[in-house]
Design a protein around this ligand. Structure first.
Ligand SMILES: [Zn+2]
Length: 424
């Protein structure tokens, strides 16, 4: 049976014109709608019932889009447009990514060709594919998608354009613009997909926060102390924190006035810090609840630095393990908990002695645990102010401490103050 036969059968069932049914059916099949669904859709259109949700690209509100939709038509405002090259099936393809919104909500999109729209444009986008990305629906604009200027301006509650402060950036953001001071820059050679490539890495700051960055197309303007407006960057997670990426499409413009950079790390409640999904240089205040296993005097693999037990590394087997000091402390501020990790230097400070002292104490007691016990006695039940990089993964939240000091303010007050500040 070909399309014409199906159409003939449908037309006689429904008692409508065969040409019209054929056209409808062909139209749906062109959109790659499966034949059975297409037939159901045509039945419904002509009042023949058929049940189920229709695959016909219908006009929907953004907040009504689910991953059950095949294709949709939306009338939206463009919030952001980011440009990026990805390698897809062996070819480099330039894609546009960002967010669209209407009065009901917003949604991410990927456009596989340049439709020429810009932030602020009001558009009717026909036959956009819906796919699931990161558990949420996203629009896929491809060669069968139509983009037309909307009849009027689409009113939205969301910010139009990509300008953001550093504290408001999150992994997954596309097409963002920042005004920053370059705080650190390092050149690095990496083995990329096209052989050895020179990139630069470092830290950017503004009055709200600091974030690491990578410039994949190193440019001379990006040097320590420079004040810059950088347009069209994207954010991805790197070592658990959001990282700013400059691509060949990013533009860098020196600013006439210096950018103010915060000396202090932003103070957050533990709950807000954890909710952010990872932060570079953040400060929290809380009480140490307990010291976790693997604290105090520990052994590391000399090859990979992993903590080993009984001289056995998971990657390197039996190794001549090296002694080291570390603390993993659970910190609680009443909103949530985080595991604070202290390196050898910070551990020596709270222990009141270095590696040699710890080894001597362990030898005398014939028990390594005396070191962790002594640290627990000092820390548990006391309030500390911790500053460092927070990473969050499936196993929990870790705050890699750069500074760890006794807090003079009550952690509960501090958490409330941090919450109030965020709410402002
Ligand atoms: Zn190892």
């Amino acid at each position: 049976m070909d399309v014409t036969d199906h159409a003939e059968e449908l037309a006689s069932d429904l008692g409508v014109d065969k040409e019209e049914v054929t056209a409808d059916l062909r139209n749906l099949l062109e959109y790659s709608v499966p034949l059975d669904e297409a037939k159901q859709s045509v039945r419904r259109k002509h009042g023949g019932g058929g049940g189920g949700s229709g695959p016909t690209p219908s006009s929907v509100d953004v907040d009504g889009i689910t991953t059950d939709h095949g294709n949709v038509t939306v009338t939206v405002r463009v919030l952001s447009v980011g440009t990026r090259t990805i390698r897809y099936q062996g070819d480099d393809i330039t894609i546009r990514e960002g967010e669209l919104a209407d009065g009901s909500g917003r949604i991410s999109y990927t456009a596989w060709q340049d439709f020429g729209f810009e932030p602020g444009d009001s558009l009717t986008i026909g036959n956009a594919g819906v796919r699931e990305w990161d558990g949420r629906p996203e629009l896929n604009l491809n060669e069968s998608t139509t983009v037309a200027v909307a009849d009027g301006t689409v009113a939205v509650d969301h910010e139009i354009g990509g300008d953001r402060k550093l504290i408001d950036l999150a992994a997954g953001d596309r097409g963002r613009n920042v005004e920053v001071r370059v705080l650190e820059v390092d050149s690095k050679t990496i083995s990329g997909r096209d052989g050895e490539t020179e990139i630069t890495e470092g830290v950017l700051g503004d009055e709200t926060a600091k974030l690491p960055f990578t410039d994949w197309q190193p440019r001379a303007e990006v040097q320590a102390g420079a004040d810059l407006r950088i347009e069209d960057v994207y954010l991805r997670e790197f070592r658990g924190v959001p990282s700013i990426n400059l691509t060949e499409f990013s533009t860098v413009t020196p600013l006439p006035d210096p950018v103010e950079v915060a000396d202090d790390a932003p103070r957050l409640s533990v709950a807000d810090a954890v909710d952010s999904g990872g932060m570079f240089d953040v400060e929290v205040v809380g009480n140490v609840l307990e010291i976790r296993d693997g604290s105090g005097l520990i052994e590391r693999c000399p090859e990979c630095g992993r903590v080993v037990q009984g001289g056995q590394c998971r990657s390197h087997g039996a190794v001549d393990a090296e002694d080291d000091l570390r603390v993993k402390a659970i910190l609680d501020d009443g909103t949530d908990t985080v595991t604070v990790v202290l390196d050898d230097e910070l551990t020596a400070e709270v222990y009141g002695g270095g590696l040699e002292d710890a080894l001597a104490a362990a030898t005398e007691a014939m028990d390594k645990e005396v070191v962790a016990d002594a640290i627990a006695e000092t820390l548990v039940g006391r309030a500390y102010r911790v500053r460092g990089n927070l990473s969050v993964d499936d196993y929990g939240a870790n705050l890699d401490a750069a500074a760890f000091e006794v807090a003079t303010d009550d952690p509960a007050d501090a958490a409330r103050a941090a919450l109030a500040e965020v709410a402002e």
